[in-house]
Design a protein around this ligand. Sequence first.
Ligand code: NAI
Length: 477
Amino acid sequence: KIDGLKVACIGAGYVGGPTMAVIAMKCPTVTVTVLDISEERIAAWNDEDLDNLPVYEPGLAAVVAETRGRNLFFSTDVEGAVAAADIVFVSVNTPTKLHGVGKGRAADVKNLEACARTIARVSSSNKIIVEKSTVPIKTAETIRRVLEANKRPGCEFSVLSNPEFLAEGTAVDDLFEPSRVLIGGEDKPAGRTAVAQLAAVYNNWVARERIITTNLWSSELSKLVANAFLAQRISSINSISALCERTGADVSEVARAVGSDHRIGPNFLKASLGFGGSCFQKDILNLVYLAERFGLPEVAAYWEQVIAMNEWQKRRFAEGMVSSMFNSVSGKRIALLGFAFKKDTADVRETAAAYVSKFLLEERAHLRVYDPKVRLPAMLSELDYTCGVTPENCPDLATRFVSCASALEACDGADALAVMTEWDEFASIDFEAAFAAMRKPAFVFDGRNVLDHAKLRAIGFQVYVIGKPTSPSATVM
Ligand code: NAI
């Protein structure tokens, strides 16, 4: 049924790249072409050195090595590949609008609209168009109308919603064994045929019972709701972490006790300095905007609180660092361990580390940053894009925000080290050597609860952990 099928995907980003690579691997008789307007990105996907792929994901390089040039291709020829395709995925970015109506809340779907116009213009055969991007509910209707208004005579399109549930850092495993594949389509003969066609692609490696089919609007909304629920769990446990710090309860013990109830479950109950990433905040803001637009202010206020709690947690962590270090970090050196928004990715979009950096830079601290996968230009770009920190408005940024080649190098001469990202390798740092090289008292702020705190205290560190009692000699965070 799918032999010889031609698939194109517009958008070669964190979702388009890995998703299509896995489809190509699991469906060797399907030809997959991943497209982007960014020549740089496509060149990186085509780089012979697999270390230079634009997306770092464990296991991804092996999938690309197996498929690239066989039935997986990366190209900037959007028009040519779309014209030839039977199925066109659209996996472009849908950022929060920065201006106009819905500014700061609504998702901007202009990239999707542009893709729909291109598809209509270049197509002379029937196609299935698949929304892979996370979109506001009813976007499929926008795409359908743009296609209808611009298509060539005799050309038919079916629009499907197929949101992606992969998590960065585990994208390849998530794609190999998805918890579910969601496909939304129109309840008409053509819609049902299109749903069956896409389900057949996934069914090459995903069991039929894991492929959920719904109407278009349920599918679009489910993605926003899934992200809102996940983020809500983090904000919920983070709110409790503050209560733990005031009372002597330990948030890890509380999370374990609460999460053991099968109705609640243990996942996504880890307190931290706050969530980041390109999706949670954007998608909740989008949900809030939609609720307001549909006249449901109570629903909007409910979900908005998830974001407010996250902002508070990030600020609380950064303020706690300053107050613990005798209310001033001016001129002090602080090692930031990790900058990615989570481990096993080089993605820094909306990372809590950028927020903490901005706060500490305003307090005139000197930051030494080490991340196993993130390089200085990406850190500076995120500091600028999300936090507005630039060399123009931040005095001596180049000397006060420096990236280091190792954790120990970052700690050399530092007053404090702060864990921003839960990279596994941080647990095996030589903390005795770090302590010896740091100014005293030497502080540890574990924003991810990944270090051995008893051992650190035995070495002599003043240790602060989100949601845990502080060391006896330390003031309350
Ligand atoms: P991304 O920014 O990494 O990639 C999007 C790509 O689309 C960029 O390379 C951009 O150049 C390209 N693009 C934009 N407009 C284009 C056009 N008109 N023609 C050709 N190329 C165009 O974004 P990412 O992270 O892959 O996200 C894509 C969508 O998937 C978003 O809607 C996001 O919310 C959603 N999503 C993201 C997840 C993630 O973990 N990053 C997970 C699940 C969904």
